[in-house]
Design a protein around this ligand. Structure first.
Ligand SMILES: Cc1cc2nc3c(=O)[nH]c(=O)nc-3n(C[C@H](O)[C@H](O)[C@H](O)COP(=O)(O)OP(=O)(O)OC[C@H]3O[C@@H](n4cnc5c(N)ncnc54)[C@H](O)[C@@H]3O)c2cc1C
Length: 398
């Protein structure tokens, strides 16, 4: 058993799930990740394997056919998967956020309609807030839905949908003019059902091709264009317009734990690669690990892995206990993603010139880590959330 990133007080079921996923990652993901990533190939066999393991329904309640597990279990599973290949964790992340949002905020009909099929992975979720002109400034969303009888007509362009092509259900945040003073109170989440694929997949709904990214390959990231797209009012998440911002922020809060978990997984892998390489590579007559400069790098990397893991686990446990975790999830996401960028760079440097070769796994991790500084809110946005939260607690009482 590895010493790093252990989690105290897990149940037998959690331990069993994690051991099954870890062996799946070692056998089915790590050996294929490099080739699939370099070819930008969708990991269909891996996804099918995850479906069989029940991962798509991990947090969906048992009454809807899921495993009813906690956010902590989910985050630890994501950490294991990202240790193998971050793109695979990307395939399940948006699905998980949408299932969580339906579970927390959906009407009974919406839960019954979507959750059982999401638990099996038959329906696959994507979520869409960002637009070409905005990402951090969510309240400024321009894509607009106008009511027309029992339905709404949506026009506008969304950007950066992870799983935009492969999903069959998109939770899309759009503007509905309700006359509220605060812009975010005019936002509504629609549950947009569509076939998987690219091009015009439904009347008024186009998913142009995949965006070509520097890393995070295999998983599709797309735009989405609404052009007079008609959708029933019953597809508003929770049935009432104007609640979309709060619903999405709730979803993103668990998404932040997920991104922190991914960062931990990549950092663990970067450490594993470095510690192995440092004992094999010799310079000046001895393995490089015997140079104190390298040994100290490993010590620093391991300390960062441990700190990030503990903060991620803390944020997940708070949410599971029903407490607010905005500050803690922000902190976990901030530190885990910043440390991940540092740890992968340290591992890369320990690999010397070979780290720059596409034959070595660290090359891929170096391209994955930067995304975590951006996705689910940049580091600057995390600092904004953390400082606002702290000032609520520590503000001077006048
Ligand atoms: C691969 C990939 C996948 C993605 N998947 C999804 C997805 O599935 N769904 C989705 O909705 N979005 C997705 N996104 C979008 C992502 O959430 C946004 O890119 C991110 O929130 C940042 O927004 P932006 O790119 O518009 O940057 P901007 O908001 O334009 O920010 C640019 C820079 O300014 C800084 N900045 C902005 N505002 C402030 C401020 N108030 N104070 C200080 N600094 C500030 C930012 O930190 C950043 O450094 C994805 C992005 C990528 C790259």
């Amino acid at each position: 058993m590895a010493r790093l990133a252990q989690t105290a007080d897990l149940t037998d079921i959690q331990r069993e799930i994690l051991s099954t996923v870890r062996s799946f990652v070692d056998k089915e993901i790590i050996p294929h990740a490099q080739e699939l990533e370099h070819g930008d190939v969708y990991p269909q066999e891996i996804v099918d394997g995850l479906k069989e393991l029940g991962i798509f329904g991990l947090m969906i309640p048992e009454e809807y056919g899921g495993l009813g597990e906690s956010l902590l279990t989910y985050a630890l599973v994501v950490e294991e998967i990202a240790r193998g290949w971050m793109s695979v964790s990307g395939v399940i992340n948006t699905h998980f956020i949408v299932a969580y949002m339906i579970r927390q905020h959906g009407t009974q009909e919406q839960k019954e309609h979507f959750l059982p099929r999401m638990a099996t992975g038959e329906v696959r979720g994507a979520f869409s807030m960002s637009e070409p002109g905005l990402g951090s400034d969510v309240a400024g969303i321009r894509t607009k839905a106008v009511q027309d009888g029992d339905s709404y007509v949506i026009d506008g362009q969304k950007m950066w949908l992870t799983n935009g092509g492969s999903s069959t259900l998109v939770a899309a945040l759009v503007r509905t003019d309700l006359g509220a003073d605060k812009p975010h109170q005019n936002l509504t989440t629609f549950l947009v059902e569509k076939p998987a694929g690219f091009g015009t997949v439904a009347p008024g709904l186009t998913i142009p091709g995949k965006i070509d990214k520097m890393g995070y390959k295999g998983v599709d990231t797309t735009e989405l264009v609404f052009d007079g797209y008609r959708i029933g009012a019953d597809m508003i998440l929770g049935g009432q317009p104007g609640r979309g911002f709060a619903q999405m922020m709730d979803g993103v809060e668990v998404g932040r734990v997920n991104v922190a978990a991914r960062a931990c997984g990549i950092s663990i892998r970067a450490f594993e690669l470095a510690v192995e390489y440092a004992q094999q590579r010799e310079t000046f007559g001895k393995p490089i690990v015997q140079h104190q400069a390298i040994a100290f790098q490993l010590a620093e990397m391991a300390t960062k892995v441990e700190a990030a893991h503990l903060m991620m686990v803390n944020a997940a446990r708070l949410k599971d206990a029903g407490q607010r975790n905005d500050v803690e999830a922000g902190m976990a996401k901030l530190i885990a993603s910043e440390y991940c960028a540092e740890v992968t760079t340290q591992s890369f440097r320990i690999h010397g010139g070979y780290g720059y070769s596409k034959e070595y796994e660290i090359e891929r991790l170096m391209r994955e880590a930067p995304f975590l500084l951006i996705g689910e809110g940049t580091s600057e946005i995390q600092k904004t959330i953390i400082s606002r939260g702290l000032l609520k607690e520590y503000g001077l009482k006048r």
